[in-house]
Design a protein around this ligand. Structure first.
Ligand code: GH3
Ligand code: MG
Ligand code: MG
Ligand code: MG
Ligand code: MG
Length: 312
């Protein structure tokens, strides 16, 4: 068979890793005023399993970033009256979009113009016309890299759950959504019981296994739309959209029971762990921080009443 070049081999290995990583191939926002071209890019990417959305009106850019949460942005250099360079600057004004890859689709290959755009926040250029195959393969690789980086920044490495600052932001956003759409949502604080003893008796390695087990249980039992964070060491925070306090308490009670039934084996010996949870209604407070405070107080009450339970 024909020899394979090193770059080709590298790309194959990369693509293999990407395919194994998950079923999701990424999410691409296309900012392009040529509606026909935008539609074409969307179709090509969608056919390759990449979620793609086009935006022809740049005034909706920031709103679209928030709602669509793309892994990368493919941007035309000139969108109607707007310069893509200006739009990149606008995106970079917000710290949460600092690491979002912005890739220009440009028919310009003037190096000075490209450098000017890079200095304003763009990351790279694809020179038009871009072949369908090249568009798909480069989008896939860039989405994968972007996800790796954002996971590193936003997710806790032991559990894969959202980090402290992120889950708190999600709570504030959920409060805003409650006000906008009028649904009731809940927030739960969960804390493992007597966890210091687990570490002291079985060692930190087993302590970590317990923390991971609870993270997996929460992922399995909660809804796709629920948000789960590792608030601190053995403390977890869950935001449950469109879920009343009573429904949340019933759910957490059931999850707590399942958790208490897990048997952790250390050689010939076994141990079990319980959890306590405090719940509060997000809508009942003027801020997410205050709702969280209430959930924390309920948790404290639960601990006070003997642990292994749920309090409102
Ligand atoms: P309570 O029922 O009142 O919550 O008692 P507790 O022992 O769980 O509470 P305490 O806050 O005294 O102890 C929490 C322990 O969790 C102490 C700390 O060593 C342990 N811990 C925190 N983060 C981790 C972690 O990432 N891995 C492991 N193995 N242990 C952790
Ligand atoms: Mg154009
Ligand atoms: Mg244009
Ligand atoms: Mg604790
Ligand atoms: Mg504890």
């Amino acid at each position: 068979s024909a020899p394979v070049s090193v770059p080709e081999l590298a790309e194959r290995v990369e693509l293999l890793a990407i395919e194994r990583s998950s079923g999701v191939n990424g999410r691409v926002l296309i900012v392009e005023d040529d509606a026909e071209l935008a539609e074409h890019y969307c179709l090509v990417l969608s056919a390759a399993g990449i979620e793609a959305k086009s935006l022809t009106d740049p005034r909706r850019l920031m709103a679209e970033l928030y709602s669509f949460q793309p892994d990368i942005v493919l941007m035309d250099v000139q969108i109607g009256d707007y310069s893509g360079v200006t739009l990149a600057r606008l995106i970079r004004f917000e710290s949460r979009w600092l690491s979002l890859p912005i890739i220009y689709l440009s028919s310009e290959d003037d190096r000075d113009d490209q450098l000017e755009a890079l200095s304003k926040g763009a990351d790279e250029f694809l020179v038009k016309p871009v072949s369908d195959d090249y568009l798909v393969r480069s989008a896939r690789i860039r989405c994968y890299r972007a996800r790796q980086l954002s996971d590193l920044m936003n997710r806790d490495s032991l559990t894969g759950l959202l980090k402290h600052s992120l889950i708190k932001q999600e709570l504030e956003k959920e409060l805003a959504r409650c006000r906008r759409f009028g649904h009731l949502s809940s927030v739960a604080m969960i804390d493992l019981d007597y966890f210091k003893q687990v570490n002291d008796t079985w060692g930190h390695r087993y302590g970590d296994i317990v923390i991971r087990a609870l993270a997996n249980l929460l992922r399995n039992r909660l809804r796709e739309t629920d948000m789960i964070g590792r608030y601190g060491g053995e403390e977890f925070m869950v935001v449950l959209p469109d879920c009343s306090v009573q429904a949340a308490a019933d759910l957490l009670k059931s999850i707590g029971e399942s958790f208490s039934e897990l048997v952790f084996a250390v050689g010939e010996k076994n141990f079990q762990v319980t959890l306590s949870a405090g719940i509060a209604g997000v809508n009942e407070f003027p801020s997410g921080a205050e709702a969280l405070e209430a959930a924390d107080q309920a948790l404290y009450q639960c601990k006070h009443e003997g642990r292994n339970g749920v309090a409102i």
